[in-house]
Ligand binder design. Structure first.
Ligand SMILES: [Fe+2]
Length: 447
Protein backbone atom coordinates (compact mmCIF):
# COMPACT_ATOMS: atom_id res chain seq x y z
CA UNK A 1 0.00 0.00 0.00
CA UNK A 2 2.75 2.34 1.03
CA UNK A 3 4.65 1.46 -2.16
CA UNK A 4 1.57 2.24 -4.28
CA UNK A 5 1.09 5.56 -2.50
CA UNK A 6 4.75 6.46 -2.94
CA UNK A 7 4.60 5.52 -6.63
CA UNK A 8 1.48 7.67 -7.12
CA UNK A 9 3.18 10.64 -5.49
CA UNK A 10 6.28 10.18 -7.66
CA UNK A 11 4.17 9.92 -10.83
CA UNK A 12 2.20 13.00 -9.78
CA UNK A 13 5.41 14.95 -9.15
CA UNK A 14 6.86 13.87 -12.52
CA UNK A 15 3.64 14.94 -14.25
CA UNK A 16 3.71 18.27 -12.46
CA UNK A 17 7.35 18.92 -13.38
CA UNK A 18 6.87 17.85 -17.01
CA UNK A 19 3.65 19.85 -17.15
CA UNK A 20 5.40 22.95 -15.82
CA UNK A 21 8.19 22.63 -18.35
CA UNK A 22 5.86 22.13 -21.27
CA UNK A 23 3.65 25.11 -20.56
CA UNK A 24 5.61 27.88 -18.84
CA UNK A 25 3.53 30.21 -16.76
CA UNK A 26 2.58 33.05 -19.04
CA UNK A 27 3.06 36.43 -17.43
CA UNK A 28 -0.06 38.26 -16.46
CA UNK A 29 -0.04 41.28 -18.70
CA UNK A 30 -1.48 44.28 -17.00
CA UNK A 31 -0.16 47.18 -19.05
CA UNK A 32 -1.19 50.59 -17.79
CA UNK A 33 -1.52 52.01 -21.29
CA UNK A 34 -4.17 50.26 -23.33
CA UNK A 35 -4.06 49.37 -27.02
CA UNK A 36 -4.73 52.23 -29.43
CA UNK A 37 -3.61 54.98 -27.04
CA UNK A 38 -0.94 57.53 -27.91
CA UNK A 39 2.23 57.28 -25.79
CA UNK A 40 4.89 59.84 -24.91
CA UNK A 41 8.30 58.49 -23.93
CA UNK A 42 11.07 60.69 -22.53
CA UNK A 43 14.60 59.35 -22.99
CA UNK A 44 17.16 60.93 -20.67
CA UNK A 45 20.52 59.27 -20.84
CA UNK A 46 23.85 59.36 -19.03
CA UNK A 47 22.71 61.63 -16.18
CA UNK A 48 25.92 60.64 -14.33
CA UNK A 49 24.52 61.86 -11.04
CA UNK A 50 27.18 62.76 -8.47
CA UNK A 51 25.97 63.13 -4.90
CA UNK A 52 27.06 66.35 -3.23
CA UNK A 53 27.96 64.14 -0.25
CA UNK A 54 30.96 62.86 -2.22
CA UNK A 55 32.89 66.11 -2.72
CA UNK A 56 33.75 69.58 -1.58
CA UNK A 57 35.21 72.20 -3.88
CA UNK A 58 38.81 71.51 -2.91
CA UNK A 59 41.73 70.87 -5.24
CA UNK A 60 40.90 67.19 -5.81
CA UNK A 61 37.38 67.81 -7.09
CA UNK A 62 38.48 70.84 -9.06
CA UNK A 63 41.01 68.71 -10.92
CA UNK A 64 38.48 65.92 -11.50
CA UNK A 65 35.80 68.29 -12.80
CA UNK A 66 38.11 70.21 -15.07
CA UNK A 67 39.79 67.19 -16.61
CA UNK A 68 36.50 65.65 -17.68
CA UNK A 69 34.52 65.65 -20.91
CA UNK A 70 32.20 68.59 -20.25
CA UNK A 71 29.73 66.92 -17.91
CA UNK A 72 28.46 69.39 -15.33
CA UNK A 73 29.10 66.98 -12.46
CA UNK A 74 28.79 69.77 -9.90
CA UNK A 75 25.25 70.52 -11.10
CA UNK A 76 23.73 67.06 -11.74
CA UNK A 77 21.41 67.53 -8.77
CA UNK A 78 20.09 70.81 -10.13
CA UNK A 79 19.76 69.61 -13.74
CA UNK A 80 17.86 66.50 -12.60
CA UNK A 81 15.55 68.56 -10.39
CA UNK A 82 14.87 70.93 -13.29
CA UNK A 83 14.13 67.90 -15.46
CA UNK A 84 11.74 66.53 -12.82
CA UNK A 85 9.90 69.86 -12.79
CA UNK A 86 9.62 69.63 -16.57
CA UNK A 87 8.25 66.07 -16.27
CA UNK A 88 5.65 67.33 -13.81
CA UNK A 89 4.52 69.95 -16.31
CA UNK A 90 4.70 67.93 -19.52
CA UNK A 91 3.46 64.62 -18.10
CA UNK A 92 5.08 61.95 -20.29
CA UNK A 93 3.77 58.40 -19.87
CA UNK A 94 7.17 56.75 -19.70
CA UNK A 95 10.73 57.75 -18.76
CA UNK A 96 13.60 55.63 -20.06
CA UNK A 97 17.15 56.01 -18.73
CA UNK A 98 19.59 53.89 -20.78
CA UNK A 99 22.39 53.75 -18.23
CA UNK A 100 25.21 55.69 -16.60
CA UNK A 101 22.84 56.80 -13.90
CA UNK A 102 25.78 57.81 -11.73
CA UNK A 103 29.16 59.49 -12.13
CA UNK A 104 31.26 56.49 -11.14
CA UNK A 105 28.90 54.11 -9.38
CA UNK A 106 29.09 55.80 -5.94
CA UNK A 107 26.54 54.31 -3.53
CA UNK A 108 25.42 57.79 -2.38
CA UNK A 109 24.77 58.83 -5.99
CA UNK A 110 22.75 55.66 -6.68
CA UNK A 111 20.62 56.13 -3.56
CA UNK A 112 19.86 59.75 -4.44
CA UNK A 113 19.12 58.83 -8.06
CA UNK A 114 16.62 56.17 -6.92
CA UNK A 115 14.93 58.79 -4.72
CA UNK A 116 14.63 61.14 -7.68
CA UNK A 117 13.18 58.36 -9.84
CA UNK A 118 10.72 57.54 -7.06
CA UNK A 119 9.51 61.14 -7.10
CA UNK A 120 9.04 60.86 -10.89
CA UNK A 121 7.08 57.63 -10.42
CA UNK A 122 4.82 59.38 -7.94
CA UNK A 123 3.87 61.78 -10.76
CA UNK A 124 2.34 58.80 -12.55
CA UNK A 125 5.25 58.21 -14.93
CA UNK A 126 6.48 54.65 -15.56
CA UNK A 127 10.27 54.60 -15.20
CA UNK A 128 12.66 52.06 -16.77
CA UNK A 129 16.42 51.87 -16.27
CA UNK A 130 19.36 49.68 -17.23
CA UNK A 131 22.95 50.00 -15.99
CA UNK A 132 25.74 51.70 -17.94
CA UNK A 133 29.47 51.03 -17.81
CA UNK A 134 29.91 53.53 -14.94
CA UNK A 135 27.26 52.12 -12.61
CA UNK A 136 28.40 48.76 -11.22
CA UNK A 137 31.61 47.75 -9.35
CA UNK A 138 33.26 50.89 -10.66
CA UNK A 139 36.90 51.04 -9.45
CA UNK A 140 36.86 54.81 -10.08
CA UNK A 141 34.32 55.54 -7.31
CA UNK A 142 35.85 58.26 -5.13
CA UNK A 143 35.27 60.86 -2.48
CA UNK A 144 36.89 64.22 -3.28
CA UNK A 145 37.68 66.12 -0.12
CA UNK A 146 40.28 68.86 0.03
CA UNK A 147 43.40 67.68 -1.79
CA UNK A 148 42.47 64.04 -1.51
CA UNK A 149 40.73 61.51 -3.69
CA UNK A 150 39.63 58.65 -1.49
CA UNK A 151 38.63 55.32 -3.04
CA UNK A 152 35.14 54.26 -1.95
CA UNK A 153 32.89 51.27 -2.57
CA UNK A 154 30.75 51.09 -5.66
CA UNK A 155 27.71 48.80 -5.81
CA UNK A 156 27.28 45.20 -6.94
CA UNK A 157 25.01 43.89 -9.71
CA UNK A 158 22.64 42.54 -7.03
CA UNK A 159 22.54 45.91 -5.30
CA UNK A 160 21.77 47.63 -8.61
CA UNK A 161 18.69 45.50 -9.19
CA UNK A 162 17.60 46.01 -5.58
CA UNK A 163 18.05 49.80 -5.63
CA UNK A 164 16.23 50.12 -8.95
CA UNK A 165 13.70 47.31 -8.47
CA UNK A 166 10.76 49.71 -8.89
CA UNK A 167 12.13 50.98 -12.19
CA UNK A 168 11.76 47.92 -14.37
CA UNK A 169 13.05 44.86 -12.52
CA UNK A 170 10.13 44.12 -10.21
CA UNK A 171 7.45 44.28 -12.89
CA UNK A 172 9.43 42.77 -15.76
CA UNK A 173 7.52 40.24 -17.84
CA UNK A 174 10.66 38.18 -18.15
CA UNK A 175 14.31 38.59 -17.21
CA UNK A 176 17.50 37.35 -18.81
CA UNK A 177 19.37 34.77 -16.72
CA UNK A 178 22.78 36.05 -17.79
CA UNK A 179 22.52 39.83 -17.42
CA UNK A 180 20.40 42.65 -16.05
CA UNK A 181 18.30 42.68 -19.23
CA UNK A 182 14.54 42.49 -18.97
CA UNK A 183 11.37 42.86 -20.97
CA UNK A 184 8.74 45.39 -19.86
CA UNK A 185 5.20 45.96 -21.10
CA UNK A 186 4.30 49.51 -20.05
CA UNK A 187 1.68 49.56 -22.81
CA UNK A 188 -0.24 46.92 -24.72
CA UNK A 189 1.09 48.16 -28.08
CA UNK A 190 4.74 48.96 -27.36
CA UNK A 191 7.06 46.87 -25.19
CA UNK A 192 10.57 47.72 -24.06
CA UNK A 193 13.43 45.27 -24.40
CA UNK A 194 15.85 46.74 -21.86
CA UNK A 195 19.23 45.28 -22.81
CA UNK A 196 22.13 45.28 -20.38
CA UNK A 197 25.22 45.73 -22.58
CA UNK A 198 27.74 46.61 -19.88
CA UNK A 199 30.66 44.34 -18.91
CA UNK A 200 31.09 44.93 -15.19
CA UNK A 201 31.87 41.34 -14.13
CA UNK A 202 35.62 41.85 -13.93
CA UNK A 203 35.51 45.46 -12.77
CA UNK A 204 36.45 44.47 -9.21
CA UNK A 205 39.86 43.24 -10.37
CA UNK A 206 40.46 46.18 -12.71
CA UNK A 207 41.76 49.69 -12.09
CA UNK A 208 39.30 51.24 -14.56
CA UNK A 209 35.75 50.20 -15.45
CA UNK A 210 35.37 48.17 -18.65
CA UNK A 211 34.20 50.76 -21.16
CA UNK A 212 33.16 48.51 -24.04
CA UNK A 213 29.97 46.51 -24.21
CA UNK A 214 28.27 43.50 -25.72
CA UNK A 215 25.18 41.36 -25.52
CA UNK A 216 26.25 37.88 -24.41
CA UNK A 217 25.61 35.18 -27.06
CA UNK A 218 23.84 33.11 -24.44
CA UNK A 219 21.20 35.88 -24.11
CA UNK A 220 20.22 35.59 -27.79
CA UNK A 221 17.66 32.81 -27.22
CA UNK A 222 15.99 34.85 -24.49
CA UNK A 223 15.77 37.83 -26.86
CA UNK A 224 14.09 35.59 -29.45
CA UNK A 225 11.63 34.40 -26.78
CA UNK A 226 10.85 38.03 -25.92
CA UNK A 227 10.18 38.77 -29.56
CA UNK A 228 7.86 35.75 -29.89
CA UNK A 229 5.98 36.71 -26.76
CA UNK A 230 5.50 40.26 -28.06
CA UNK A 231 4.28 38.98 -31.42
CA UNK A 232 1.79 36.63 -29.73
CA UNK A 233 0.44 39.67 -27.91
CA UNK A 234 0.43 41.97 -30.98
CA UNK A 235 2.98 44.26 -29.36
CA UNK A 236 5.87 46.00 -31.03
CA UNK A 237 9.27 46.00 -29.31
CA UNK A 238 11.64 48.93 -28.89
CA UNK A 239 15.16 47.91 -27.83
CA UNK A 240 16.99 50.06 -25.28
CA UNK A 241 20.71 49.69 -24.59
CA UNK A 242 23.53 51.72 -23.07
CA UNK A 243 26.17 51.15 -25.75
CA UNK A 244 25.69 51.94 -29.42
CA UNK A 245 24.15 49.28 -31.63
CA UNK A 246 25.90 50.77 -34.68
CA UNK A 247 28.94 53.01 -35.18
CA UNK A 248 27.90 56.61 -34.67
CA UNK A 249 31.16 57.93 -36.02
CA UNK A 250 33.64 56.32 -38.39
CA UNK A 251 36.65 57.48 -36.33
CA UNK A 252 35.37 57.35 -32.76
CA UNK A 253 33.54 54.08 -32.20
CA UNK A 254 35.83 51.65 -30.37
CA UNK A 255 34.38 50.82 -26.94
CA UNK A 256 31.27 52.79 -27.87
CA UNK A 257 29.65 50.30 -30.26
CA UNK A 258 28.90 46.85 -28.81
CA UNK A 259 31.57 44.33 -29.78
CA UNK A 260 29.12 41.93 -31.42
CA UNK A 261 27.23 44.68 -33.23
CA UNK A 262 26.84 42.73 -36.47
CA UNK A 263 25.34 39.65 -34.78
CA UNK A 264 23.02 41.74 -32.59
CA UNK A 265 21.80 43.80 -35.55
CA UNK A 266 20.99 40.56 -37.41
CA UNK A 267 19.22 39.21 -34.33
CA UNK A 268 17.13 42.36 -33.82
CA UNK A 269 16.27 42.48 -37.53
CA UNK A 270 15.17 38.84 -37.42
CA UNK A 271 12.93 39.79 -34.49
CA UNK A 272 11.44 42.67 -36.53
CA UNK A 273 12.73 45.24 -34.04
CA UNK A 274 13.32 48.47 -35.93
CA UNK A 275 14.14 51.01 -33.21
CA UNK A 276 17.02 50.86 -30.72
CA UNK A 277 17.55 53.69 -28.23
CA UNK A 278 21.06 54.17 -26.85
CA UNK A 279 23.33 56.52 -24.87
CA UNK A 280 26.99 56.14 -23.77
CA UNK A 281 28.70 58.05 -26.60
CA UNK A 282 27.20 61.36 -25.36
CA UNK A 283 26.62 62.24 -29.00
CA UNK A 284 23.23 63.13 -30.46
CA UNK A 285 23.19 60.84 -33.48
CA UNK A 286 20.85 58.69 -35.53
CA UNK A 287 22.05 55.85 -37.71
CA UNK A 288 20.00 53.74 -40.07
CA UNK A 289 20.68 50.32 -41.54
CA UNK A 290 18.75 48.40 -44.14
CA UNK A 291 19.17 44.69 -44.95
CA UNK A 292 16.93 43.17 -47.59
CA UNK A 293 13.38 44.18 -46.65
CA UNK A 294 14.21 44.92 -42.99
CA UNK A 295 15.60 48.07 -41.43
CA UNK A 296 16.62 49.41 -38.03
CA UNK A 297 17.46 52.78 -36.46
CA UNK A 298 19.90 53.33 -33.61
CA UNK A 299 18.89 56.61 -31.99
CA UNK A 300 21.62 57.83 -29.62
CA UNK A 301 20.50 60.62 -27.32
CA UNK A 302 23.21 62.94 -25.98
CA UNK A 303 24.22 63.21 -22.31
CA UNK A 304 21.65 64.96 -20.12
CA UNK A 305 24.24 66.74 -17.98
CA UNK A 306 26.48 68.03 -20.79
CA UNK A 307 25.80 70.78 -23.31
CA UNK A 308 23.22 71.13 -24.86
CA UNK A 309 21.57 69.34 -21.89
CA UNK A 310 18.82 67.73 -23.88
CA UNK A 311 16.68 64.65 -23.74
CA UNK A 312 14.77 62.68 -26.37
CA UNK A 313 11.01 62.67 -26.79
CA UNK A 314 9.45 59.73 -28.60
CA UNK A 315 5.79 60.05 -29.44
CA UNK A 316 3.91 56.96 -30.51
CA UNK A 317 0.81 57.33 -32.61
CA UNK A 318 -0.87 53.92 -33.18
CA UNK A 319 -1.98 54.91 -36.69
CA UNK A 320 1.16 56.67 -37.87
CA UNK A 321 4.30 55.56 -36.05
CA UNK A 322 7.07 56.99 -33.90
CA UNK A 323 8.11 60.61 -33.90
CA UNK A 324 11.45 61.32 -32.18
CA UNK A 325 12.79 64.77 -31.39
CA UNK A 326 14.95 66.38 -28.71
CA UNK A 327 14.22 69.06 -26.15
CA UNK A 328 16.63 71.03 -23.97
CA UNK A 329 16.02 70.93 -20.21
CA UNK A 330 14.74 74.32 -19.13
CA UNK A 331 17.09 74.72 -16.17
CA UNK A 332 16.42 78.43 -16.01
CA UNK A 333 12.66 77.87 -15.44
CA UNK A 334 13.54 75.78 -12.38
CA UNK A 335 16.07 78.36 -11.16
CA UNK A 336 13.39 81.05 -11.49
CA UNK A 337 10.73 78.93 -9.78
CA UNK A 338 13.02 78.06 -6.86
CA UNK A 339 14.42 81.57 -6.67
CA UNK A 340 18.00 80.29 -6.78
CA UNK A 341 20.87 82.71 -6.74
CA UNK A 342 23.86 81.09 -8.45
CA UNK A 343 25.72 82.98 -11.12
CA UNK A 344 26.29 79.86 -13.27
CA UNK A 345 22.73 78.58 -13.01
CA UNK A 346 21.32 82.05 -13.60
CA UNK A 347 23.00 81.97 -16.99
CA UNK A 348 22.86 78.20 -17.47
CA UNK A 349 22.89 77.84 -21.28
CA UNK A 350 25.95 80.04 -21.68
CA UNK A 351 27.71 78.48 -18.70
CA UNK A 352 27.13 74.93 -19.95
CA UNK A 353 28.22 75.84 -23.48
CA UNK A 354 31.40 77.60 -22.33
CA UNK A 355 32.23 74.71 -19.98
CA UNK A 356 31.85 72.13 -22.76
CA UNK A 357 33.85 74.26 -25.21
CA UNK A 358 36.70 74.68 -22.72
CA UNK A 359 36.86 70.94 -21.92
CA UNK A 360 37.07 70.08 -25.63
CA UNK A 361 39.70 72.76 -26.22
CA UNK A 362 41.86 71.47 -23.36
CA UNK A 363 41.47 67.84 -24.45
CA UNK A 364 42.53 68.52 -28.04
CA UNK A 365 45.31 70.92 -27.09
CA UNK A 366 46.77 68.26 -24.77
CA UNK A 367 46.55 65.52 -27.39
CA UNK A 368 48.15 67.75 -30.05
CA UNK A 369 50.88 68.64 -27.58
CA UNK A 370 51.66 64.95 -27.16
CA UNK A 371 51.99 64.54 -30.94
CA UNK A 372 54.50 67.45 -31.15
CA UNK A 373 53.58 67.95 -34.78
CA UNK A 374 52.37 71.58 -34.73
CA UNK A 375 53.51 74.95 -33.39
CA UNK A 376 51.81 76.38 -30.31
CA UNK A 377 49.86 78.83 -32.48
CA UNK A 378 48.71 76.04 -34.76
CA UNK A 379 47.69 73.85 -31.82
CA UNK A 380 45.63 76.70 -30.39
CA UNK A 381 43.92 77.34 -33.72
CA UNK A 382 43.10 73.64 -34.26
CA UNK A 383 41.82 73.22 -30.69
CA UNK A 384 39.59 76.27 -31.11
CA UNK A 385 38.14 74.89 -34.33
CA UNK A 386 37.48 71.43 -32.86
CA UNK A 387 35.95 72.98 -29.72
CA UNK A 388 33.60 75.09 -31.84
CA UNK A 389 32.76 72.11 -34.07
CA UNK A 390 32.13 69.77 -31.14
CA UNK A 391 29.47 72.12 -29.75
CA UNK A 392 27.44 71.53 -32.89
CA UNK A 393 28.50 67.95 -33.50
CA UNK A 394 27.51 66.69 -30.04
CA UNK A 395 24.22 68.58 -30.36
CA UNK A 396 23.44 66.51 -33.46
CA UNK A 397 24.43 68.76 -36.38
CA UNK A 398 26.58 67.67 -39.32
CA UNK A 399 27.39 68.36 -42.97
CA UNK A 400 26.27 71.81 -44.15
CA UNK A 401 25.11 72.68 -40.62
CA UNK A 402 28.75 72.83 -39.47
CA UNK A 403 30.09 74.72 -42.50
CA UNK A 404 30.69 77.91 -40.53
CA UNK A 405 34.12 76.67 -39.43
CA UNK A 406 35.36 76.24 -42.98
CA UNK A 407 36.99 79.66 -42.89
CA UNK A 408 38.64 79.20 -39.50
CA UNK A 409 42.41 79.11 -39.21
CA UNK A 410 42.34 75.73 -37.46
CA UNK A 411 40.26 74.10 -40.19
CA UNK A 412 42.64 75.34 -42.90
CA UNK A 413 45.63 73.89 -41.02
CA UNK A 414 43.85 70.52 -40.73
CA UNK A 415 42.81 70.58 -44.37
CA UNK A 416 46.43 71.06 -45.43
CA UNK A 417 47.87 68.43 -43.12
CA UNK A 418 48.31 64.73 -43.76
CA UNK A 419 45.56 62.47 -42.38
CA UNK A 420 45.77 61.87 -38.63
CA UNK A 421 43.13 61.14 -36.01
CA UNK A 422 42.06 64.74 -35.28
CA UNK A 423 41.86 65.60 -38.99
CA UNK A 424 39.93 62.41 -39.74
CA UNK A 425 37.52 63.09 -36.89
CA UNK A 426 36.86 66.65 -38.05
CA UNK A 427 36.39 65.61 -41.68
CA UNK A 428 33.91 62.89 -40.64
CA UNK A 429 31.53 65.63 -39.49
CA UNK A 430 31.15 66.86 -43.08
CA UNK A 431 30.19 63.54 -44.59
CA UNK A 432 27.60 61.92 -42.36
CA UNK A 433 24.44 59.91 -42.96
CA UNK A 434 22.11 62.52 -41.48
CA UNK A 435 22.44 66.31 -41.25
CA UNK A 436 20.13 67.05 -38.32
CA UNK A 437 20.14 64.18 -35.83
CA UNK A 438 17.58 65.76 -33.56
CA UNK A 439 14.54 64.39 -35.32
CA UNK A 440 13.32 61.29 -37.10
CA UNK A 441 9.98 59.81 -37.99
CA UNK A 442 9.69 56.02 -38.08
CA UNK A 443 6.41 54.99 -39.70
CA UNK A 444 4.37 52.13 -38.33
CA UNK A 445 5.17 48.78 -39.89
CA UNK A 446 2.53 47.36 -42.19
CA UNK A 447 2.69 43.58 -42.39
FE1 LIG B 1 28.72 55.11 -20.69
Amino acid sequence: MKKVQLLSIIILLILLIVGCEESPTLPILNSKIKSGEEITFFIATDPHHLSKETYDFGKAFDWFLNSGDGKLLHYTDEILDAFIMEIEERKPDILIIPGDLTCNGERESHMEMAEKLESIKKLGVQVFVIPGNHDIQNPWARHYFGDEMIKIDSISKEEFEKIYESFGYKDAITRDKYSLSYLAAPSEDVWLLMLDTSKYRRNNVRTAPEMGGEIPDKSFDWIRECSNLAKENNAQIIAVMHHSLMDHNEVVNEDFTIENSKEVIDLLLSCDINIALSGHIHLQDIKFLQKDDKSIYDIATSCLVAYPNQYGVLKYNPNKGFDYFTRKVDVYAWVWEKNIDDKNLNNFRKYSKDFFRQRTYDKYYDSLLEMSKFSDEEMKAISETVAELNLKFFAGYRNNLVHEVLDSEGFKILQNSAPFIVRNYVMSMFDDQKTDNNKIFVPIKVD
